[in-house]
Structure formats: C-alpha cells, structure tokens
Design a protein around this ligand. Structure first.
Ligand SMILES: [Zn+2]
Length: 354
C-alpha cells in the first residue's frame, strides 16, 4: 500500500493503517455528479476510496459552475459523468473510477447497486431518491442522503444495519414538491458543506471506528443563514412500504414527474372524445390481461428505445398505462419528438375499469 498520500489521515486513531486499508478496499457509487456529487467525489477520491462509480446523464451547463466544483468553464457541454471521472482520476490515479453516462432508472439501479458497498445520493429530485432508497433496501446497501435548497441543507444515512429507510421518514412525495416545477435557488457553498458531510459519512461507514457515530436514524440539518444545526431522530416504521418488505417483494419503479405540460384527462372525458388516438403504453403481458377497446399497444419500453409510432404530429393522442405514471413519462417522450397534442389518462387503466 502506498501510504505517503494518506499519511495525514492515517495518523488519526480513528483511521490508522487499518482504516486506510478499509478505504482502499471500499467502493462507493455516487448518483449524480452535480452540486453534492462534486465535493463528495473530490473528498472520497482524495481519501483513497478504492473504487468509485459515478452515474449522471446530464451535460455540464454554465449555470452549474457556481456550485459544481468538479467542472470548469472549458467543460461546458461535456457529459458530467465522464468529466467527473477524468477529474478525480487526475486527483488520485491510484483508485479505480467507473462512470455511467446515463439516467439512473429501475433497471440500472438493479444492475449497479449490487456492485458497490455504499450509495451516495447526489440527486435533486424525489423520484430518484425514492428509487435509490428502494434499490438500496432491496440490495442491502446503506445510502447517504443529502438535500439542499437556498441556504438549507440536510444529511442522513438510511438503511444501515437495521436503521430506518428514507420511506420511514418520507413515505411519499410531498404534494408541494410535485406542484412546484420551478428550479429553486441555492448558494454554492451549501452544496459544498452538505456534499463534504456526505463524504465524511461514507468514510465513517467504511472505517466503522467506535468513536464514530454516523447519522443512522438521524437527520442533520443546517440553516447556513444563521449556522443553526439540528439533529433530529428518525424512527424505523414497522409498516414501512419498503423496509418492512422482503427484498424479493420490493419492486423498483421510476416514473419521474413530468414538468412539461401534459394534459391529464379523466375517464369520462376520454369516453366523450372518441376521435383521439388512444395508445396503451403498458407491456404486452398487461395488455393481454385487458385493455381499453379501440386502443393500440405501444409499450413505454419501445418508446424509450426510440421506436416512435407513425402518427401525425398533430393528431390528438391520449396515452394510458396502469395507474397514470408511465403514461406521463411516455407523453414526455412523444412531446420531445414533436407531437403537439398529447394527453395522459389520469388514474390509468385501473381507474378506467372502475
Ligand atoms: Zn422504511
């Protein structure tokens, strides 16, 4: 083991050669290389976490540079995952860095989570946090939650050795968050504080020295206007929809909320509008079990693979799925492909059948 690089932290009794060895053998997957992922990745790499994975589908944008300190002006337009990987490889060539220039969806979560010891959440939306949580519980991985807005930040560790999961604390997406699609403001330095705190939590979980008391079952909050901090206790909920289930029963779902204007129509409105093209975006097996008469089957998986139906871009299209989430995602795909009148059936086929 090359120790010179790590000598200043190896002097600490909580780390020492033993802790350093654990760090070098550990692996962390960072979901999102943005405001939180940037500082977290820099400190994890510098500390010598042996294998680091980065998943992000985004490109570097000029408005990111105020807080996403991994990136510099010349990287604008480049894939974040790739640039982040390159940057931390430069910082520490002794560690292994893997990157995935992709969106974390249910399938990728299932594939990647089992490959890492710890998941670090650098995301900014509820849909991905729920997916991270459910996949982390399913594959038995602790994960480090972080969130920032304005001058406020919070950190917790979920699903560590019987501790509560995110859904014990936040069972569903808050309605206000669903309604508010505007991007909130944030001060760059708070992203630094919270991301670095997440990295420190990862180091504690890896080294597990008895002097450490990681934020398992605790929510640490900071108001950086006043520097007021709090540590709130979180309890494990016996009937939690995720962590009370056996791993096989946890179904991973990812249906991000769509902020583009997708008209939602009710079953009765659909019954009146017989001229529209009705498309069922569920999978073949679900279609076989029953569907709305007059509909055409065009699964979401097909749309996501880039296979778009040959219908006039000006046709009135109504999409439906089982409950109304996948059809919103499908609507977004069609809108991106230039379809002008796309609606989604609220409540989906389940609501139609009632
Ligand atoms: Zn739970």
């Amino acid at each position: 083991m090359k120790t010179q690089r790590y000598s200043r932290q190896m002097r600490l009794p909580e780390i020492g050669p033993e802790g350093q060895d654990k760090l070098l053998k550990a692996s962390v997957l960072c979901v999102g290389a943005g405001g939180l992922g940037s500082p977290a990745l820099l400190y994890l790499a510098a500390a010598g976490v042996g294998r680091i994975g980065i998943i992000d589908f985004d490109r570097v944008d000029e408005t990111n540079l105020q807080r996403q300190v991994l990136f510099s002006t010349d990287m604008v337009g480049q894939p974040k995952a790739q640039e982040a990987a390159q940057r931390i490889r430069q910082l520490n060539p002794d560690i292994q860095v893997e990157y995935y220039d992709a969106e974390l969806d249910a399938e990728r979560a299932a594939r990647l989570f089992s490959l890492y010891d710890i998941i670090l959440d650098g995301t900014d939306n509820f849909d991905t946090k729920f997916l991270i949580n459910d996949a982390a519980v399913k594959f038995g991985k602790p994960w480090i939650y972080g969130a920032i807005q304005g001058f406020d930040g919070q950190v917790s560790v979920f699903n560590d050795r019987g501790g509560p999961c995110y859904r014990c604390f936040q069972p569903e997406k808050p309605r206000a968050a669903v309604m508010n699609c505007a991007e909130a403001g944030v001060i760059g330095a708070i992203a630094g504080i919270i991301g670095v705190t997440q990295a420190l939590q990862a180091i504690q979980l890896i080294t597990r020295h008895k002097n450490f008391d990681p934020l398992v079952g605790k929510l640490w909050t900071l108001d950086a206007r006043t520097m007021q901090t709090k540590k709130l206790s979180l309890r494990k909920v016996a009937q939690c929809s995720t962590c009370s289930q056996t791993p096989e029963r946890i179904v991973l779902e990812y249906a991000p909320f769509v902020c583009a204007l997708v008209t939602k129509i009710s079953a009765s409105q659909l019954k009146e509008n017989i001229s529209c093209s009705l498309i069922d975006v569920r999978e073949d097996g679900e279609w076989q079990q029953g569907h709305i008469e007059g509909a055409t089957l065009w699964p979401l998986s097909k749309l996501l693979a880039g296979d778009i139906p040959h219908i006039s871009k000006n046709a009135e299209i109504v999409l439906y799925c089982q409950k109304g989430a996948r059809s919103l995602q499908a609507a977004r795909v069609l809108q991106k492909n230039g379809f002008n009148h796309v609606a989604s059936l609220a409540g989906g086929y389940a609501g139609w059948e009632l």
